[in-house]
Design a protein around this ligand. Structure first.
Ligand code: UFG
Length: 345
């Protein structure tokens, strides 16, 4: 049976591109809209090499309402949206709050505004474990308290969740699945797509693989005096392909009206906490490549420890993070090697 068309905003980005591949594998025709602010057109080639299908692509900014209207006119029959399009650097958001509120909130408002008139049945929203702040207790469930955001980026995720809730409560004729990601890492096992941050990476794994490659001299471990077994911060690192697969299930739930609930929220994590030093160990163990690193002071705004209770997603979505940390680290390294092979980094 022919499946409905899905609009993926931010579809050439890191998580977006992996999700497009999984949607295509499940038989969904995809149209991507992306302004290429943190990605490039070559990602479309990577997607096509994996799936054999080139997704439709519109280069435009989702804050541009007219561009979105044109997209809906040009690509009729869009039944689901997955909204990845957002700015996501925590530090930058502190310096440029207006940019963050404008990009992240106007994008969402534009999409919500156009969904009803265009007959779209649901929107999957990329949220983050950042909404839990520093949790009083780990693992966190979806009922754990939402803490005051520590950055404009984090605040855009909290406000976005509230906007979606208000719009749907007002009687809007569509559903939403809000996915709270923990720390997505790794790359597609084919090494055709992966994470390619602009400039100096802010996140741990791209910094680590670039250091292993010799592009960066040394990885700084931000603090070893936290109240954790080895003193470094703990996160729930989740394989990006596992994460991508959850989006396909979420889309299917919305399109098939599998739930009575008009809004559903799921934590997407593994349920396992790994420290920064533990992650470096896992990389060295699984690839045999050493990562020069040193302990430095804490990074402002860092959470000490957070990991997910993913049982709601496990039970309700029938989804589980499956890939081992070692396989994920190997995939991140294979992607870094591919970037070198292609002369990109
Ligand atoms: N870290 C280092 N050295 C580095 C980079 C990071 O020790 O060079 C540590 C951090 O201190 C932290 C852990 O590695 O303990 C993970 O840091 P990341 O920057 O990779 O990710 P965060 O946990 O800080 O997550 C943040 C936001 C998320 C957001 C994510 C990606 O909280 O909402 O960045 O942008 F999705």
């Amino acid at each position: 049976m022919k499946k409905d068309r899905i609009l993926v905003t931010g579809g050439t980005g890191y998580i977006g591109s992996h999700t497009v591949v999984e949607l295509q594998k499940a038989g969904y025709p995809v149209v991507i809209i992306d302004n290429l602010s943190n990605s490039n057109r070559e990602v479309l080639d990577g997607i096509e090499r994996i799936s054999g299908i080139r997704p439709d692509f519109v280069e435009a900014d989702c804050t541009d309402l007219n561009a979105l209207k044109k997209l809906f006119a040009d690509y009729p029959g869009i039944k689901g949206i997955i909204n990845f399009a957002a700015s996501k650097a925590v530090g930058e958001s502190v310096e440029k709050p207006i940019l963050y509120y404008r990009n992240n909130l106007n994008t969402l408002l534009n999409l919500l505004d156009l969904m009803g008139p265009n007959g779209v049945k649901g929107i999957v929203f990329s949220s983050s474990c950042t909404v839990y702040g520093e949790p009083d207790q780990n693992p966190v469930t979806e009922q754990s308290p939402i803490k005051k955001a520590t950055s404009p980026y984090g605040n855009t995720k909290q406000i976005s969740e509230e906007i979606i809730t208000d719009v749907i409560t007002s009687g809007a004729p569509f559903k939403s699945v809000i996915l709270r990601y923990f720390n997505p890492i790794g790359a597609h096992p084919s090494a055709e797509i992966g994470e390619l941050p602009n400039g100096v990476p802010q996140n741990l794994v791209p910094y680590l693989t670039q250091t292993a490659m010799g592009i960066r001299k040394e990885l700084s471990v931000f603090g070893d005096d936290y109240n954790t077994p080895d003193g470094s911060c703990i996160r729930d690192y989740i394989n990006v392909v596992d994460l991508a697969k959850a989006h396909v299930i979420a889309v299917e739930r919305m399109l098939n009206d599998a739930s009575e609930d008009k809004i559903e929220i799921f934590n997407l994590g593994t349920g396992l906490g790994t420290s920064v030093l533990g992650l470096i160990d896992a990389f060295e163990r699984s690839t045999g490549v050493k990562v020069p690193h040193k302990i430095v002071g804490r990074r402002a705004g860092d959470i000490e420890k957070v990991w997910a209770d993913p049982s709601h997603a496990n039970n309700v979505l029938g989804w589980k993070a499956e890939t081992s940390l070692d396989d994920t680290m190997r995939s991140a390294w294979a992607w870094q090697l591919k970037l070198r092979e292609r002369g990109i980094m």
